[in-house]
Design a protein around this ligand. Structure first.
Ligand SMILES: [Zn+2]
Ligand SMILES: [Zn+2]
Length: 451
């Protein structure tokens, strides 16, 4: 019986593209008492693998926490796999606002000690004595109350690109750290203030609210389903968004736009920007904010040091990495002295800029013709492979590479290889490769820009 992934991420991405079916990105969690998490894990893997469900899931004695990508036409079957368990009957699935077929490319279900690393000793307080759950409108109403203190229970890189107006945004790298800090900071307000808390999907607040009640806070409220469910409700019921900016998410999209306000800056040049990226240097992977201009100039690196390393032969890069903790900065730290404009702690409530929708429209208005699709990206050598399906493309042509994750990237072709040899022009049917500083996805299309 297959209990683990057999496909690589690239192979999976290709299968998803070939299937051409729409997928849904969703998340859910449930606290419960699970006797045998290992068996629970294996049962879920078998049921979900059969449905082509993908994602990152944690199970523990205390429950389940899942972020997933499901084929849209299997959603009902997927629900049925949850209904088997009493504690997941009728469970709310948080469906993401923006959809991306490549949000997850593996099904990874891990057995953990806890489903959220909160550092709390659950035996010392009543975890079922939670805060009052609020819907979007109720949350907005309480925000207006001058007697309310609103706290963001996410990390610095999450609150930096988006948060509720007036929220306290602790300068922490993880949830565990934020609990004592907030407890200390709000010592004098336990009796009479409303403590209003929120996080991405609601799960962190489930236990944190009980912890704060145990600490003596009298009026504890939590945003039900977190920012994800809040966004769904404000759109459906046409409620004003008190959340400004982007909601950081943990799949490779790294963010969902909630309002068109940009509240953060490019960490390198200071220009208003809220696009997170990971440094291209495989030995770094620092999570940081980078604008398109800096991305081009720095080739998606966080520092000149990393840029130099990525220009070394792969063998030398590997040798340099020896003994270093690879990838430890991906989600955990996101801080580096090289980043001049990194902000955390006290964050602005006034937007620095608005998303320029006019600019986006102008980009779409560029005259272009579809010439082919992405087939592969060789990460190590930064070589992209495309299949030319229509027309032809020559050295010197301007092309647009476009896709949900890649966005719209314009480049001028400086060399083309067909079957490994350099040539001037590639025609329909040719499989071409060329160097590209950014990663492409299999759903990306390539257009020739005309005129
Ligand atoms: Zn910049
Ligand atoms: Zn770097």
């Amino acid at each position: 019986m297959q209990l683990y992934n057999t496909l690589s991420a690239e192979e999976r991405a290709q299968l998803i593209d070939e299937a051409g079916k729409q997928r849904l990105t969703l998340s859910f969690y449930a606290y419960a008492k699970i006797k045998d998490p290992k068996k629970f894990r294996d049962d879920l893997f078998i049921a979900w693998n059969a449905l082509d469900a993908l994602g990152r899931i944690y199970v523990a004695h205390e429950g389940i926490n899942a972020q997933m990508s499901i084929p849209a036409d299997h959603l009902e079957d997927f629900r049925n796999t949850l209904e088997v368990y009493d504690f997941m009957k009728g469970i709310r699935l948080n469906v993401a606002v923006e959809q991306d077929n490549h949000s997850f490319l593996k099904l990874t279900i891990k057995v953990r000690h806890k489903i959220v690393a909160d550092g709390l000793n659950d035996d010392t307080f009543d975890v079922t004595n939670k805060g009052v759950h609020l819907k979007a409108q109720e949350f907005n109403n309480l925000l207006e109350d001058p007697n309310t203190i609103v706290v963001d229970f996410r990390n610095h890189y999450e609150s930096e690109v988006g948060h509720f107006e007036g929220a306290i945004t602790p300068d922490v790298e993880n949830f565990r750290e934020s609990l004592p800090i907030i407890n200390e900071q709000l010592q004098d307000f336990k009796e009479d203030k409303n403590l209003l808390m929120y996080c991405t999907g609601g799960i962190r607040c489930e236990k944190a609210s009980a912890y704060f009640k145990h600490q003596g806070f009298k009026n504890v409220f939590q945003l039900e389903g977190g920012i994800i469910e809040y966004t769904r409700q404000i759109k459906e019921e046409n409620i004003e968004s008190k959340f400004i900016g982007k909601n950081f998410v943990f799949d490779h999209r790294l963010g969902e736009r909630i309002t068109d306000d940009i509240i953060s800056q490019c960490h390198q040049c200071g220009k208003p920007c809220d696009n997170h990226t990971n440094c291209s240097n495989d030995a770094c992977h620092l999570l940081f904010i980078q604008c398109d201009e800096c991305k081009t100039a720095m080739e998606n690196c966080c520092s000149t040091e990393c840029l130099e390393i990525t220009h070394l032969p792969v063998g030398e890069q590997v040798a340099l990495r020896k003994g270093l903790q690879v990838g430890n900065k991906v989600f955990r730290k996101g801080k580096s002295d090289a980043l001049t404009f990194k902000n955390s702690g006290d964050l602005p409530n006034k937007p620095l800029a608005k998303v320029d929708s006019k600019n986006i429209r102008q980009k779409i208005a560029v005259k272009k013709t579809l010439i082919g699709k992405a087939e592969h990206y060789y990460t190590k050598s930064k070589i992209a492979q495309f299949l030319i399906e229509n027309n032809e493309v020559s050295v010197g042509d301007k092309v647009l590479i476009s896709g949900p994750t890649t966005g719209e990237q314009e480049i001028t072709i400086t060399e083309i290889f067909v079957d490994g040899s350099s040539c001037e022009t590639a025609k329909a049917g040719d499989q071409i490769t060329f160097e590209l500083p950014f990663r492409i996805r299999l759903s990306d299309k390539i257009y020739k820009i005309l005129g």
